[in-house]
Design a protein around this ligand. Structure first.
Ligand code: FPP
Length: 246
């Protein structure tokens, strides 16, 4: 296989084209104010617009945000249903604005367990914004990386079973074509807010060579300024992709 020389060894001078964010800390933000957890999620939802709007100014073309994981169903029924209502409200409230600002919205994750009304809104927002190209916003909803790989493997195995794919032709470039993220570049930078330093089943395959930033700020306090600083710090990182500095 030809070596991808663009990914051998480089000191970053450019912005991360794709930033993925684990928006953590909504619950703690609300608790600190003596409010129910859902108020933290509401405040968190409001932060998204400013960060999306900042992307073109700082050279970020792709933004992926973790809104609900396959594990989040374990939360109380009232928190889960509150979040699902919030997702519907967010799409209804933001659709026109996102479309107008040139944002292309995609959703990743398994839609099967999601409510029909929510899935319809997700489909409509994807269609409404499908010709946009200024910023690509991907919202991970009922997303888990292991679940994504399992679903991808099923589809891959099906293609082998019907003779569309030969076992001998399977290489490391094959599986990504079956992942929910198949049309997206891998994230250059993964950010997690709230001081927790773990990945929580987010983009495991895709982040093999991502840089990581763990920031203490709780997501509802995250700002354009913090985002700009993170992007700036990325530019001085030395990315070697397993190679050596030349
Ligand atoms: C993690 O914080 C956050 C979530 C599980 C939900 C993320 C949702 C939003 C930011 C708002 C809605 C999103 C969209 C796309 C409209 P946590 O609740 O685990 O916080 P904690 O660790 O402090 O309890």
């Amino acid at each position: 296989m030809a070596q991808d020389l663009s990914k051998s060894s480089s000191t970053q001078t450019s912005s991360p084209a794709h930033v993925a964010i684990i928006m953590d800390g909504n619950g703690r933000w609300a608790q600190l104010r003596g409010q129910p957890r859902l108020m933290g999620h509401r405040a968190g939802a409001k932060r998204i617009r400013e960060i999306v709007q900042t992307c073109p100014n700082v050279g970020v073309k792709y933004l992926t945000i973790f809104a609900f994981s396959t594990e989040n169903w374990k939360r109380t029924q009232s928190e889960v249903s509150g979040l699902m209502t919030l997702f519907r409200q967010y799409i209804k409230r933001e659709a026109r604005n996102l479309a107008k600002e040139g944002v292309r919205v995609r959703f990743i994750g398994d839609r099967v367990r999601l409510d029909d009304k929510l899935v319809k809104l997700m489909d409509e927002l994807e269609q409404l914004t499908e010709t946009n190209d200024r910023v690509h916003l991907t919202i991970a909803l009922n997303y888990g990386s292991r679940d994504e790989v399992a679903r991808a493997t099923k589809r891959l195995a099906h293609d082998v079973a019907i003779g569309k794919l030969l076992v001998a032709d399977i290489g490391e470039e094959t599986l990504p074509k079956y992942l929910d993220t198949c049309v997206l570049p891998d994230p250059d930078l993964v950010v997690r807010t709230s001081g927790e330093a773990r990945i929580s089943n987010f983009l495991l395959w895709q982040s093999a060579y991502s840089e990581y930033e763990f920031v203490d700020t709780l997501w509802p306090d995250f700002s354009a300024e913090i985002f700009e600083n993170i992007v700036d710090r990325f530019k001085s990182r030395d990315r070697r992709f397993g190679g050596i500095k030349v």
